[in-house]
Design a protein around this ligand. Structure first.
Ligand code: FE2
Length: 219
């Protein structure tokens, strides 16, 4: 059985991710639970399959991607470090071999390290998948008057597609933003650091990162 299947179907993991989401909701943030975990894993699958990585490596990266925000179940600050420790214990309980466990835990532990080059190609794929997950569906609040900048930017993204052009050595993020809800400037104001993450991570994979918003190329 794949590690990803073991982990994504595990009840204890679900409890942690549900708690992560609850903590985020109470802070007024966007969705950070099971849906973000699944979406991140799906994007990792897409990136690494497009680049023809081995099945075992894709499984490691998807497992790390599913678990990457699990540390938010205890606290948002330093959640990558706490997430690595929580994951190591969970993976040990699931009898996942120590080599794979440490590989997954180190990807989780370093996924917020913007000042560093990603520790591996698999870590780079996790960062890109995490940082490009900007969608209207992640907004939890229903009253527009209560939206903060995070909510507005996520809500404004009506279409998000990430494509990997292997032969052109490019990764392309195409967003359609409703500019009546949020301006392109506001998007950059909030997501500048995420774009930096994506550029660095794409570079680790030997790719350039391109960003299109409403069919205009910004990067
Ligand atoms: Fe995340």
């Amino acid at each position: 059985m794949k590690y990803f299947d073991l982990v994504s179907n595990n009840e204890e993991v679900k409890i942690y991710l549900i708690q992560s989401d609850k903590n985020f909701k109470s802070l007024g943030y966007t969705e950070q639970g099971l849906l973000h975990a699944k979406h991140t894993a799906e994007l990792i699958d897409k990136i690494l399959k497009s680049l023809e990585f081995k099945e075992q490596d894709i499984d490691i990266a998807k497992t790390a991607g599913f678990l990457h925000d699990i540390g938010c179940a205890v606290a948002y600050p330093e959640h990558s470090r706490s997430g690595a420790i929580i994951s190591k214990k969970l993976l040990h309980k699931l009898n996942i071999p120590i080599k794979a466990t440490i590989n997954i835990a180190s990807i989780i532990g370093s996924h917020e390290d913007i000042d560093m080059i990603p520790i591996s190609d698999l870590a780079a794929a996790v960062m890109i998948a995490d940082k490009t997950d900007v969608r209207r569906e992640r907004v939890i609040k229903t009253d527009f008057k209560l939206f903060d900048q995070h909510d507005r930017v996520h809500y404004a993204v009506v279409k998000n597609s990430l494509n990997i052009l292997k032969n052109e050595r490019k990764i392309k993020l195409q967003l359609v933003i409703d500019t009546d809800i949020c301006s392109v400037l506001e998007y950059f104001d909030l997501f500048f650091s995420r774009i930096e993450f994506c550029k660095k991570a794409a570079g680790k994979l030997g790719l350039s990162f391109e960003l299109y918003i409403n069919d205009v190329k910004y990067l």
